[in-house]
Every structure is written in structure tokens, then in C-alpha cells.
Write a protein that binds this ligand. Structure first.
Ligand SMILES: [Zn+2]
Length: 289
């Protein structure tokens, strides 16, 4: 199946109130694993990459690898650039073929963030790509982007004006989640999602999903969080599988078996999340009706 536009996956998810997992892949093994999981469940899929991963692998190599694998898959898949505070890199990825970018201007004041995000929206449009926007930084550092400081939360009106002025397709509101692992159960503000969606019905994006309970995911998805980012859970599955494999096989030096254990762990993690988010079986309806 050809790679599809970001909105082709999120329009139906938002309308029908299921969530599509957006996994931050780190290499070919994790990329293949999340595609296999989506194929197994007949689920649409958002593959996303952190800027750190793009820089490490190279935009062209990463994109070609994505394309080769995604085109052979029987489910709709799209490629998204996660938190990108750097305009130059947003441009490189759009030019290379990414279907959407999160321009992260949360470090800028709202006026400057609005101005720059509107420019990225304009630029993306030329490539048939979409933009996710945010004004409140998600607490926690993820792949070198972000801060552990508690960010400022603006009134809903400010977010709505930003959405209106920039024309972003999707928006990541502050709802009390954080990147990384939670030390204690987070205090969520799900009513912010409801209010925004009622007043401006566009897909909302849930960041900092790792560690939320299934009911918390499902509640936020039912309110309009159509894209659910999963990064930390993938890293844990990936890295812990290495540790477990090496502990269990201290004298083996067989990279394919080691990588197979990582692949199995990432695939199982992805399947579990897709089931919770309600996207299983939706690949049949996501494209063309
Ligand atoms: Zn994030």
C-alpha cells in the first residue's frame, strides 16, 4: 500500500474516536517491528522519528528505509517528524518526504511561535504535508529536546487562537502528561481536550503517553486525542530485550538472534498499545471510506 497523508490516517480516527499510535522508531529493527504489529492487527500506523534519530541515521537513509518497508505493508502508514524546534531540519524532512512535522515552537513566545508555525504550515502545504503545533512544552526531555521544568499552561482561548492563526492540522495541548517515566500517577486535565475539540474540532495529540493506564488513554481518545505518541515504552522494550537476551545467553555472539529478541519485544509492545487505542481492524476502513 502506498504511504498515505497524515490526515488520511487521522481524519477517520478523529471522527470515529479511536487513537492511532505514533511510535518513535529508532532504527530498522524497531521500524519493521511496529509495521509488523500494525499488519498483524490491521491497524493504521504513524511512524515517527525524533530529530535525534533523523540526525543519527540521516534523513535520506531513514526515509528510504521507511518507504521501502511501508510500501510493502498492507495497512496505511504515514511518516511524522516529532518535536522539531529547528526550522532547517523541518525543511529537510519535508523536502525528503516526511508527511507531517511537529514544529515545536514552545520555547518561543506565542507571537513568534504563531508566526513561525504559520510559515511551516505554508511550507508543508507545498509538499502535501501536515503540521502539528504546540504552545506549551511537554515536561521532560525526550531525545535532547525539551526541559524538566514545569511549563506554563495558557488559557484554552490562547490555544484556539494559535490554531486559528496558524492553520495547524493537529494540536498537542498541555494535559498534564510528561515525557519519560512517571514517578507518581500524573494529574491529567482531560477537560481541556474536550473544551478545545468542542470549540475547534481538530485532532488532538497526546504526548507523554508511556505509563498511562488503559482507561486514561481511552478517556483522552474518546475526547479527541486521535494521535497517541509512544516513545519511552518503545525504548524500554528495545533496551530491556537486549539486557534480557544477554543475561540469558552470556556466551552467545549471534547478532540476528539478539535483534530478533528486540524485534519481538517492540512488536509485542506495539500490539498492546494498538489494542488499547482501538485502532485494530481500522486499516480496512481508514482509506477510501
Ligand atoms: Zn512529545
Amino acid at each position: 500500500m502506498p504511504v498515505v497523508a497524515f490526515r488520511e490516517i487521522l481524519d477517520p480516527a478523529f471522527k470515529e474516536r479511536y487513537g492511532v499510535a505514533a511510535f518513535n522508531v529508532v532504527d530498522d529493527v524497531s521500524l519493521r517491528a511496529v509495521i509488523d504489529a500494525a499488519t498483524q492487527l490491521e491497524s493504521p500506523l504513524i511512524v515517527q522519528t525524533s530529530l535525534k534519530t533523523v540526525k543519527a541515521i540521516g534523513a535520506k537513509v531513514l526515509y528510504e528505509m521507511f518507504r521501502a518497508m511501508a510500501e510493502d505493508a498492507p495497512v496505511p502508514i504515514t511518516l511524522h517528524l516529532d518535536h522539531c524546534p529547528d526550522r532547517e531540519w523541518a525543511t529537510i524532512c519535508l523536502k525528503t518526504g516526511w508527511n507531517s512535522v511537529l514544529f515545536d515552537g514552545s520555547h518561543l513566545d506565542i507571537e513568534e511561535n504563531t508566526r513561525q508555525t504559520a510559515e511551516v504550515v505554508e511550507e508543508a502545504r507545498a509538499y502535501g504535508a501536515d503540521v502539528e503545533g504546540e504552545i506549551e512544552s511537554v515536561r521532560g526531555v525526550e531525545d535532547d529536546v525539551g526541559s524538566d521544568e514545569e511549563g506554563e499552561i495558557h488559557p484554552v482561548d490562547v490555544s484556539l487562537k494559535f490554531i486559528e492563526d496558524t492553520g495547524v492540522y493537529a494540536f498537542a495541548p498541555a494535559i498534564g502528561t510528561a515525557h519519560g517515566l512517571y514517578a507518581s500517577s500524573p494529574k491529567l486535565m482531560p477537560e481541556r481536550v474536550t473544551e478545545m475539540v468542542e470549540r475547534r474540532p481538530i485532532p488532538m495529540v497526546l504526548h507523554g503517553g508511556t505509563g498511562l493506564a488503559p482507561e486514561q488513554f481511552q478517556d483522552l481518545i474518546s475526547r479527541g486525542c486521535a494521535k497517541v505518541n509512544i516513545s519511552t515504552a518503545l525504548k524500554i522494550a528495545f533496551v530491556d530485550s537486549f539486557r534480557e537476551y544477554l543475561d540469558a545467553n552470556p556466551s552467545k555472539h549471534d547478532p540476528p538472534s539478539l535483534l530478533k529478541s528486540a524485534s519481538d519485544a517492540v512488536r509485542a509492545m506495539a500490539v498492546e498499545h494498538m489494542r488499547i487505542f482501538g485502532s485494530a481492524g481500522k486499516a480496512r476502513t481508514a482509506v477510501g471510506g
